[in-house]
Design a protein around this ligand. Structure first.
Ligand SMILES: [Fe+2]
Length: 261
């Protein structure tokens, strides 16, 4: 589904990205972000539809999805990295550049507020308490859609032998049998992982497995199950007792959300 305003803003987003895509030698970095944005848009639309969100929330979700990573373009241009800790908070950059490039001009005030709020909140480790209930919904849709696409990006990446572009990938050690006990304990106790604690590639896999506890909508769990991301991740981890027990816990949590959410 789409609407005239979302199509207009999609056109502005593409016009915003165009000069970056034309930069000699760097287009791969920006292409990744354009493609990610379009998949997040489609996921946000699917979630809004399945959750039967009332107007104007589906439109706000589409607009926020389109704009959530606008800041990635100036971030990479300026700092040559997508790591916020080594550069700048890319969500804040998204808000700044959305306003500077007037990407929301002509949008109704309610859509502007919801979209800007959701863009700003999309990369927070946890959502703060929000008085605006609609903003909470739009922010959750964008966060779930973003996470669902990051599962795809990471599994695509793990399945490659070596990365062509190491600067875009994680700086982690690829030791197939190693993982950090602290990360596993955080996931077992439903605590959000911290990128800074990651040492091994398996730590990253464990951290994104733990996102099961951060997804918000039944539709998100259905999509997670449909694409089989958890099965693929568990199959690539060491098959020891602790991991098997986590597998059981995570699949029980997924089944519970699919049945009752
Ligand atoms: Fe982002």
């Amino acid at each position: 589904m789409s609407d005239a305003l979302s199509q207009e803003i999609a056109g502005r987003f593409n016009a915003f990205a165009a000069p970056y895509l034309a930069a000699p030698g760097d287009s791969f970095a920006y292409t990744i972000k354009v493609e990610h944005t379009m998949r997040v848009l489609a996921l946000a639309d699917t979630i809004s539809r399945e959750e039967r969100l009332p107007a104007p929330l589906p439109q706000a979700c589409r607009v926020a999805a389109l704009l959530h990573d606008v800041g990635r373009f100036p971030q990479y241009e300026m700092f040559r990295t997508f790591r916020d800790a080594q550069s700048a908070n890319h969500a804040a950059l998204s808000v700044r550049h959305t306003l500077r490039a007037r990407l929301l001009d002509g949008a109704p005030q309610v859509i502007r507020r919801l979209a800007i709020g959701a863009v700003y909140l999309h990369n927070k480790r946890t959502l703060p308490p929000l008085r605006n209930r609609d903003l909470g919904i739009v922010a959750r849709v964008v966060r779930d859609s973003d996470k669902l696409d990051i599962y795809k990006i990471m599994l695509d990446h793990f399945s490659q032998q070596a990365s062509e572009h190491p600067e875009l990938t994680l700086d982690v050690r690829d030791e197939p049998d190693a993982y950090s006990q602290g990360i596993l304990d955080a996931v077992l106790n439903h605590r959000p992982g911290d990128y800074r604690d990651i040492i091994y590639i398996n730590d990253f896999k464990l951290m994104i497995i733990g996102w099961v506890y951060d997804l918000n909508f039944r539709a998100s769990f259905r999509l997670l199950q449909k694409y089989g991301y958890l099965e693929t991740l568990f199959a690539s981890l060491p098959q020891d007792e602790q991991i098997r027990s986590l597998d059981g816990q995570i699949h029980a949590a997924l089944a519970a959300r699919l049945n009752h959410a």
